[in-house]
Structure formats: structure tokens, C-alpha cells
Design a protein around this ligand. Sequence first.
Ligand code: SF4
Length: 146
Amino acid sequence: MINLLEQLQGEFNLSYMFIAHDLSIVRHISDRVGVMYLGRMVEIGSDLEIYEHATHPYTQALLSAVPVPDPVARESRDRIVLTGDVPSPANPPSGCRFRTRCWKAQERCAVEVPLLAVPSWLSGLAAHESACHFAAEREGRGPESG
Ligand code: SF4
């Protein structure tokens, strides 16, 4: 199905808006990727910017959960396991909607809505739009388990 969509795209010069939860399929088909959490766009960029240089903690958690077929690579990767339930979109948390599940959350996150913007302190492929007060490429381990 995906291959057929790509074939038709090439033949007729089409643009698609493709919405999915499976990030490996999204990467296969997309040139630009937007990540949403609780009804808000939290990060947007080219496929390379998002998949190799994600700066929003939610995107980083999603990417860490993408299935890896190679058992050796699977064993050595760092997973970010989010705790807590997804809040109700009808009554979202104040400030950053992701703060109740974010391991990087600080006081500012509860009072100030982070805007989708290119963080001035990031450069290169990490310098794409991210709605996080503390956007950064992932370093080391988060609150992972296996
Ligand atoms: S703004 Fe704060 S709570 Fe929201 S993603 Fe960034 S660090 Fe986490």
C-alpha cells in the first residue's frame, strides 16, 4: 500500500498528508514530519531533523520505542519509558501539556506554554521547530528501562 502511494506520488507529482502512529512507516513515506501531543504540534522538521536530531522529549520517547528488528541493536539501545497516563484533552495540564509525563519538566513548564520555535541555542540539524523550553538533542540516558 505504501509503495503504491509512493508510485502514484512520483507519477502524478502528488503531496500527501500522512497521519500514523507507526514512526517507521512515517519515516519511509515523509519528507517533513510533525509530532503532536494532546492536540498540539510539539516538533516539526525534515525527516532527518526529526529522526536523527529530535529535540522535544516526547519525540525522543516515541523514537526510543520504535521496534528494532536487529536483536543486538535492540539490546543496546536506550528506551525512554513514559510514566503516567495521557491527560484528558478536555482538561489539559497548564503550561506545557506534556509536563506531567516529562522527565525534564521544571517549574517554568507549569506556567508558560512553550511555543513552537527554533531554539536559538541549537544549530545544524537540531535547529528546527520544537515546543520545549529546554529543547536539546538527547544525550545519555533518560528514565529508561531495558
Ligand atoms: S517544556 Fe518542559 S515539560 Fe514541556 S517538553 Fe519541555 S521540558 Fe518537558
